[in-house]
Write a protein that binds this ligand. Structure first.
Ligand code: FAD
Length: 516
């Protein structure tokens, strides 16, 4: 028998389960599909990254002696949807089976599963590039009241032995988060990210993307993503040597001028398969053991990958497809138009959107506490916001984007992922960033002309969702403050917030979500 092995754009790892088991007669297919590039308007840098990485990977497989078919976007025969193209190629090469590793989207997985018993059967293989499989996650969840990250993470530390000393966590604690909340000191220097050489393959892809997708939100000019394993390893080395030591303390900081700070920028390479989570976690652990990075930094970094990344994936695969329809707070506003233009007077929001446009990147706190928080406070519908996040970041894949956006940011899953919403007022932004000093609004004022809109929106959000949130013991204190305010003050704040919302230009709700 001769299988066709379909390798998807986020499976670019020579050690992929399907490639490890490939018989010599197998045909390996990599397919660019216009449909995948268009169903949300992906950032040109994201499309260029995926296509350049796929093309380099195909060349690498050929060098290793595999038989590879590469369907380019502008091949006249290209069926332009992944499944149809794979089946066309299987017939072309006389293959009797198509093998695929679990993709990063439920939609595709479901479609592949439906074809398992067809005349040209699909054989689906579990993805073992993660520390856990969806089945492992389901087993861990059995018998638990609520699947909290913290307990999942401890279990993962025990299982892997990462940062463990016998049976105890290194340093005696599981979590050093409280050391990881420093704002940036004045004038701190942030090491510049590595620049990679753009070879002919990358340049050709950039031209193609400019031609086909140049109308999408986002600039291509600042493209600096690693497109090969070698380049990704250079980024990893740079992170471990230059950034990890300060990763922890400034993990929550936001800067008006610096987009990357001490974050690794490794998510895109990781999600595409150019790096493995094990080499990141083991690399960070080694830096700690060799005395080059403090424990709070290594632990904070490992928790993001061994904890959060695996945890959101487990939630995704065990909850789909219902998860995508959840909207616990009944949010129904369309996406504010400024998310595509950056045209807003809120300086924090403006800079997060501009950095996203320039880099196809914003760090976690910008995604959570700026673009996320504004959307939460404005009752933006989960569909509308999810489509935006899926489109604009180079690292966006549905399995990781959806729980973060719908669950963590919008509390749309009713508190499955986060025990309370991450809502914040202007005061928070002022404490963690230098945006407010460049802003026309005053973070200390709640009502009046130059009051920061986040303040009144914050209190309005709490009032609006009192029924859903006030019973939460972590929200008691804040509802106490709200209740102690005079009726007049509450009314003035509400009016202020409603006036802001009335003036907010938004897209029609669900306008972009038709494919969902
Ligand atoms: P670092 O700060 O250096 O963190 C190290 C690594 O930890 C990341 O590379 C990433 O792999 C992992 N990680 C950190 N936080 C999370 C998290 N909350 N969930 C899963 N993994 C995490 N991450 C994606 O990879 N793809 C997405 O589509 C995505 N969408 C997001 C949407 C929203 C609304 C929010 C709040 C977060 C989202 N994240 C997503 C998580 C996180 O913001 C990014 O992984 C991170 O900003 C990537 O930058 P970095 O590599 O510099 O991360």
């Amino acid at each position: 028998s001769r299988p066709l092995i379909l390798v998807l754009g986020d499976q670019l790892d020579v050690d992929l389960a399907s490639l490890r088991e490939a018989p010599p007669e197998a045909v390996i297919a990599l397919c660019e599909a216009a449909e995948e590039g268009r169903y949300v308007p992906h950032h040109p840098q994201k499309i260029a990254l995926v296509l350049a990485a796929m093309r380099h990977f195909a060349a690498d497989l050929r060098d290793r002696g595999h038989r590879v078919h590469y369907s380019a976007l502008d091949d006249p025969d290209n069926a332009q949807t992944l499944l149809d193209e794979a089946e066309r190629l299987a017939r072309l090469y006389g293959c009797d089976e198509i093998r695929a590793v679990r993709p990063g989207e439920w939609r595709l997985w479901q479609a592949m599963r439906e074809r398992q018993g067809s005349a040209l059967p699909w054989r689906l293989i579990e993805d073992d590039r993660f520390y856990t499989t969806p089945d492992d996650f389901a087993a861990w969840e059995q018998g638990r009241k609520s699947p909290r990250l913290e307990y999942f993470y401890r279990e993962m530390r025990r299982r892997t032995g990462l940062l463990m000393e016998d049976d105890a966590p290194a340093g005696g604690r599981w979590n050093y988060d409280h050391d990881n909340r420093e704002p940036l000191p004045e004038g701190i220097e942030v090491p510049a990210p590595p620049r990679h050489r753009r070879d002919d393959v990358t340049r050709e892809v950039m031209t193609l993307v400019e031609e086909h997708f140049g109308d999408h939100f986002g600039d291509l000019a600042g493209f600096h993503w690693p497109v090969t394993r070698r380049q990704a390893l250079a980024d990893l080395r740079h992170f471990l040597a230059e950034l990890l030591p300060d990763f922890g303390r400034y993990q929550d900081a936001i800067s008006d001028s610096e987009p990357f700070l001490f974050h690794s920028r490794l998510s895109a390479a990781l999600n595409l398969g150019l790096l493995s989570p094990r080499e990141l976690c083991e690399g960070a652990e080694r830096e700690y053991h060799q005395g080059r990075a403090p424990l709070n930094a290594a632990e904070g970094f490992i928790r993001q990958i061994l904890g959060w990344r695996e945890y959101v994936r487990g939630l995704y695969w065990t909850r789909m497809p219902d998860y995508k329809r959840a909207n616990a707070l009944g949010a129904n506003r369309g996406l504010p138009a400024c998310y595509w233009t950056g045209d807003t007077e809120l300086r924090c929001l403006k800079r997060a959107i501009e950095m996203t446009r320039d880099n196809a990147y914003a760090h976690h706190i910008q995604r959570l506490m700026v673009t996320g928080n504004v959307a939460l406070l404005c009752d933006v519908a989960p569909d509308a916001l999810c489509d935006w996040y899926l489109a604009v970041y180079a690292d966006a894949c549905e399995w990781v984007e959806l729980p973060n956006t719908l669950g963590m940011v919008l509390h749309g899953d009713g508190g499955l992922m986060g025990s309370k919403p991450y809502c914040a007022s202007g005061k928070y932004i002022d404490r963690m960033s230098d945006h407010c000093r460049h802003c026309r609004f005053d973070p200390k004022r709640v009502v009046g002309d130059n009051a920061c809109p986040l303040n009144s929106l914050y209190w309005r959000f709490l009032e609006t969702h009192r029924e859903a949130l006030s019973g939460n013991h972590r929200m008691k204190l804040i509802y106490g403050s709200l209740d102690r305010m005079s009726d007049d003050k509450r009314a003035a704040m509400r009016d202020q917030a409603e006036a802001f919302l009335a003036g907010l230009e938004t897209e029609p709700a669900y306008g972009r979500g038709e494919h969902r």
